[in-house]
Design a protein around this ligand. Sequence first.
Ligand SMILES: Nc1ncnc2c1ncn2[C@@H]1O[C@H](COP(=O)(O)OP(=O)(O)OP(=O)(O)O)[C@@H](O)[C@H]1O
Ligand SMILES: [Mg+2]
Length: 582
Amino acid sequence: MVVQMLSAIKFSKKIIPYVKEEKTKVVVAIFFSFVLAGLKGMQAYIVKPIFDHGLSPTSTIEDNVTLVLQLLIIVLVNFPARFFHFYWIRFVVDKATCKIRNQMYKKLQHIPLSFFSESKQGELVSNLLNDTITFSHGFRAVIDLIREPITALVMLSLAFSRDWQLTLVIFAAAPLFIVIFNRSGFLVRNQQQVVQEKIAQMTHVVGEGVVGQKISKSFNLQEYVLDRFKKAQEHFFDAQMKTAKTEEIAHPLVEFVGGLAFSGIILFAHYRIKSGGMTTGDFVSFITAMALFMDPIRKYSQANVKLNQARAAGERIFNLLDEPEEADFGKVEIENLNSEIIINDLTFAYDQNRNVLDKVNLSIKSGDKVAFVGLSGSGKSTLINLLLGLYDISKKKIMIDGNDINDIKKISLRNLFSLVSQDIFLFNDSIKENLSVGRNLSEDEIKNSLEVAHADEFVNRLADGVETNIGDGGLKLSGGQRQRLTIARAFLKQSPILLLDEATSALDNESEKMVQKALDKLSANKTVIAVAHRLSTIQEFDCIYVFDEGEIVESGTHDELLSLKGNYFKLYELSKKVGTNA
Ligand SMILES: Nc1ncnc2c1ncn2[C@@H]1O[C@H](COP(=O)(O)OP(=O)(O)OP(=O)(O)O)[C@@H](O)[C@H]1O
Ligand SMILES: [Mg+2]
């Protein structure tokens, strides 16, 4: 009992910040738990006069009217007491749960990118959706842990007042109940933890199955994907059955012990009534009190299990909430690139084992168009990630207009760049919503952006125009159309620097041409940093940097690099051969 109380207090400390605003409701709800316990006590109490007076052959109609009135008063008071107690508890709990979920979602938006390479998407989703529900049950359990002992105490006092000797007989069985509750509670707790893990894994597999639809179908992987799901579900089922078995053995066991205790009581009561020590009314009132005593005990033990499950869920929730957010110590705000970006001897590794960038030096003047080329895995996208401040780097390695990138506010830094990359991300919403992303843009602005992106033609052909819903990730559009929407979005961002990371590499020749036209329009009057496999698109660029295993091995204009007959020349020959230099 003390242990449970302590763990309830510890748990409550975690939730207090979330229910602070609803103090009054919590206090009133707790107050009503006393009222409810009192009312239950009165119900058990009134059973004696009902049996001894109301139902005796000598009773009058007045006796019965009085009893009925008393009963009516009890149920009348019970109505608002129950409503305000239970409704307000649910209100406070569900509201607090929403707050926690908001906080978790907000956290996910502010955790460094590196966190996501280490976690499973589905587990994060499950963390946010399932764990919060389990956690909210813990909130309610805390209230149960207050309410149920009060009710139990009231019932016990009544039972004692009706017949203390009989009460003691019941208590002979109490240690057995306690052993059963404790043991099964412990087992369920552990097993439930496994169940939650299995749900998280299953959520992950479901996510893969939904997101990976196209690959699943085109590779004929339906069976394989289904097998993965079946396995995940089997593990979940096994874990569930373990909990079910423990619970379903514990319940009849409790009933069995209860039955034994009840048999003892009947025999003893027979002796007590025979000897004139108690009336039938006393006995029925006692039994009612005892029955009503068992209910809070059962609820108390359930609340305890829930509290334990909630603590495990809470641990996962608060672990996430405690994750450090992206470091943002920057104070400087810049709106434009006036002079240049300088990269000084930049070395970077995602993990300690291997440098992905090795002593990179380069500079990009405002208005320049520069390109990064090189074999796959040579570190081009990594450098783009670092420019966007997605990973931490040491001081003075990247300078923008004389400011260390670490000193620039993240929001300001990211406003400098518009990224168009191979990974297209679009919301399942209308075209207009995908372009304005929360801002209030005029029709003309949207129209203009679609023109720049060469997307106006296909959008106009859609029945609902800019209001057309584009499906999950833009599923209802072609690859090139999707990319042109991201270009329109980038245009609307109005940033001075354009980052293009393989923006055309997933497209066929025809779409590529359209997208390239759009990109050329978008690039006008901007500083451009482009990662390109197709070297035809960058021949006019001011400078091309050639990456090889994290190092810049050559740099210069297209013609200068060709005349070197080195890495760039080889890449150029290669791209001509495979025909991507169209
Ligand atoms: N999040 C990450 N965690 C750990 N290693 C990573 C991560 N992202 C990339 N890498 C590694 O860093 C190296 C460089 O990757 P990067 O994406 O910068 O290459 P890239 O030049 O853009 O290649 P591609 O032309 O194929 O896009 C690769 O070896 C890759 O395995
Ligand atoms: Mg890349």
